[in-house]
Design a protein around this ligand. Sequence first.
Ligand SMILES: [Fe+2]
Length: 180
Amino acid sequence: MPLEWREAMTVGHTAIDADHRRLIEIINRFEARPDRLHADRTARDLLAYAQDHFPREEAVMEAIGYPLRTLHRIAHEDLLGRLKDLVRRYFLDPAGGGGEEALVAELRQLVTDWLVEHVLDMDLGLKPYLRPAATGTGLSGGRGVVVKQGQCVSWGVEHGQTRAFLAQFAAMDQGEVVWQ
Ligand SMILES: [Fe+2]
């Protein structure tokens, strides 16, 4: 069944939301014909999409001073790296990569992570920063900081997945989350 865009997926920035709809179209086109030929087309579409969309989203994050922009940029590099690695192994290296089934499974995993872990998780973290009118200040709930040895190493405004994010960062940094 094709994926459908839902209001809850809206970040609140017209161009970014239009890009995310485009990503869903790319995924749906692949899922309609998940074979080698369409995997090739999907990989090309995703590369073009990433090279267009990531810089746009990063410029918006920079412009609004989004506090998690560095981590977000690293997540973009990671997605692009996974995609380029897949292209190299399945389409550029004649000896490597495995069969069509493996290619389809790997591409399906990549686009699922891209949509679920990135768009529906990390990108939605931008939402409170893009809707200042909605809450008066643009910020709702508390502000959490990750503290390690008395130093603040990361922070975020409570919204959606922010608590889970900060818990992850705290675990990675062996620090603790303090909500203010
Ligand atoms: Fe993003």
